[in-house]
Write a protein that binds this ligand. Structure first.
Ligand SMILES: [Mg+2]
Length: 147
C-alpha cells in the first residue's frame, strides 16, 4: 500500500476529493504539511477539487492545514462515516466524489455510503511512536478481511 504522497495522480481527474488528514497527510495531531504532501496535493488540484475532511474536530488546526495547501475544508462536527457530512460539502460542479484516507472503519465505509470511490493509503505514523493503538489494530484487521 502506498503513502498518500506516492499515489499516481495522473489517473485521477474531475473528482471532488474528500481528503482525510490524520494518518493520511500528517501523522496524528501534526500541523505542518511536508513538502512531499504539499506536492502531492498540488498535483491532485490540477485536475480535481480537493477539500479536507477530518474526524478530528479541532477546526482551527484543520483550517490551518487547509490553508497551507490552499484547499477547502469541510467544517462540521459530524464524523465519517455519517453521510450527513455531505450537507457541508460544496460541490458546485457536481463532480464525482473520491475519498482518500487511511482507515477502513471511517474512510472506506464513508466512501461506500456516499457512493464515492475510495483510495486507501498507508498510514503515516509519528516517528518514534512505538505503541500500536488498539483501534488501528482492529481497523487494519477489518480492512484485511473485508477489502
Ligand atoms: Mg485518518
Amino acid at each position: 500500500m502506498k503513502y498518500f504522497h506516492e499515489l499516481d495522480s495522473t489517473a485521477i481527474h474531475d473528482k471532488l476529493i474528500l481528503l482525510d488528514v490524520d494518518g493520511t497527510l500528517l501523522a496524528d495531531g501534526e500541523v505542518e504539511l511536508s513538502t512531499e504532501s504539499l506536492t502531492a496535493i498540488n498535483a491532485l488540484k490540477r485536475k480535481n477539487e480537493v477539500t479536507l475532511c477530518s474526524n478530528k474536530k479541532d477546526h482551527v488546526r484543520n483550517r490551518a492545514v487547509a490553508e497551507q495547501a490552499d484547499v477547502g475544508y469541510v467544517e462540521t462536527n459530524i464524523r465519517k462515516p455519517n453521510v450527513k457530512i455531505l450537507d457541508f460539502v460544496v460541490n458546485e460542479k457536481d463532480l464525482d466524489l473520491l475519498v482518500i484516507g487511511d482507515k477502513y472503519l471511517t474512510d472506506d465505509r464513508f466512501a461506500r455510503r456516499i457512493g464515492a470511490e475510495f483510495i486507501k493509503v498507508r498510514r503515516k505514523e509519528k516517528k518514534g511512536f512505538g505503541i500500536y493503538p488498539f483501534f488501528y489494530f482492529i481497523d487494519d484487521l477489518l480492512a484485511r478481511i473485508f477489502t
